[in-house]
Design a protein. Structure first.
Ligand SMILES: *Cc1c(COP(=O)(O)O)cnc(C)c1O
Length: 381
């Protein structure tokens, strides 16, 4: 099928990255060509009728522009995201925007409906309590298929322990609530988690949604969510998109009435972004060697929150041989402020630039001002 992104585009762009960083002590750097390439790979999936980018992964305006130009729509989870996408792309057709919030207020739904956007509802209560705002509207209903997946417990969004969706046993109630308020359920939605490498995961979701669909005669679309995994290192095989497509093509043959939609976030942007950070201090303590850099969990929370791993290299000394294993830490006053454990790095000097790879998704988007430290700004290279 299609090629994975050029492995480590940043290796060939070392000089440009260092020049872009300039005198700064940290920054995110994005390559929009990688974003466009990933978007195109998704659009080539024959089984999928429409692809929406889950913009919470990275809502940078230039990234939204690139993705819109490639032909993807947008999946939004808050009023802020809706406003960002409509401000960045004022001419965008509203049918290219989905609103799939969770435990959002009535006012947020009212805003989205007033904008003419398609909304996904995640429980019967919403339809009972706010029935009038959904009267005569087409809505999607989020199901809990029970099929959780993902790289960490905190990113699994299905199953009895998660707050998301309507489980199969409660569908009759949701159906009755939709009927009572005069809403038409035109699509069913499932999003089981983030970071899956099993092509069959989405087939499982499609089957569960198709099994529920006869209860809702208006359903034409099965939205299989996102969660397409991106390898943390070059050693891990990537998600087999061709296998995913083949399994879903088979599903489509058996279920002709339904269109399949997909809404990945991470897959589109993760590999397009790197975090650059200058070495502040190096330290040996007991057995461990620490390399401190100018920013940490305030810019990239994923390692602290999910134990996620990111490849880290010394961009200043890219070809120098490793001198041992180091723990790369930031300047935040928390033990969890670790960007990487057990990283094979050359001897690092104050001022060197370390590069944290695969940081384009859920990086800057989750950053904070904790410790009153400015998180890394974003640059385009
Ligand atoms: C976050 C989210 C996605 C995207 O998840 P990725 O793992 O980034 O692909 C898709 N759909 C919904 C409803 C989400 O909340």
């Amino acid at each position: 099928m299609t090629q994975a992104p050029r492995e480590c585009w940043w290796r060939a762009r070392r000089a440009a990255l260092l020049a872009a960083l300039g005198p700064r002590d940290c920054a995110y750097a994005y390559d929009l060509a990688v974003v466009a390439q990933q978007a195109r790979r998704l659009l080539r999936l024959e089984s999928i009728a429409r692809v929406f980018y889950a913009m919470k992964a990275n809502p940078h305006p230039a990234i939204l522009n690139t993705i819109a130009a490639a032909g993807l729509g947008f999946e939004c989870v808050s009023r802020g995201e809706l406003e960002r996408v409509m401000a960045t792309l004022p001419a965008i057709d509203r049918s290219r925007i989905l609103f799939t919030p969770n435990f959002a207020s009535r006012a947020e739904y009212e805003f989205a409906l007033a904008q003419g956007l398609r909304v996904t509802v995640d429980n019967a209560w919403t339809l009972h309590a706010w029935g009038a705002i959904f009267r005569g509207r087409e809505i999607f209903l989020r199901l809990d298929t029970g099929l959780a997946h993902g790289h960490h417990e905190k990113v699994r969004t299905a199953g009895a322990g998660s707050k998301f969706g309507v489980p199969a046993a409660e569908l009759p109630e949701a159906r009755a609530a939709a009927l009572a308020c005069g809403a038409v359920v035109a699509g069913l939605h499932a999003h089981g988690g983030s970071g899956s490498f099993e092509p069959e995961h989405w087939l499982g979701a499609a089957r569960e949604l198709a099994a529920a669909a006869p209860q809702f005669p208006g359903v034409r679309v099965l939205n299989l969510g996102g969660g397409l995994g991106v390898p943390e290192t070059a050693a891990r095989p990537p998600l087999d998109l061709a296998a995913l497509d083949a399994s879903l093509r088979g599903f489509r043959t058996g279920h002709p009435p339904y269109e399949l939609w997909l809404e990945p976030g991470r897959f589109v942007v993760a590999e397009a972004g790197v975090l650059l950070a200058r070495v502040t201090q190096v330290k040996g303590k007991g057995e461990r060697r620490y390399v401190g850099v100018a920013t940490g969990m305030n810019s990239l929370l994923r390692p602290a929150l999910y134990g996620s791993r990111h490849e880290i290299v010394n961009l200043t000394r890219l070809d120098a041989p490793p001198a041992g294993r180091c723990t790369v830490v930031g300047p935040i006053c928390e033990s969890g402020d670790v960007l990487g454990e057990d990283c094979p790095l050359p001897a690092c000097a104050e001022g060197d630039v370390l590069l944290v790879a695969t940081a384009g998704a859920y990086g800057h988007a989750m950053s904070s001002h904790y410790n009153l430290r400015q998180p890394a700004e974003e640059l385009l290279v």
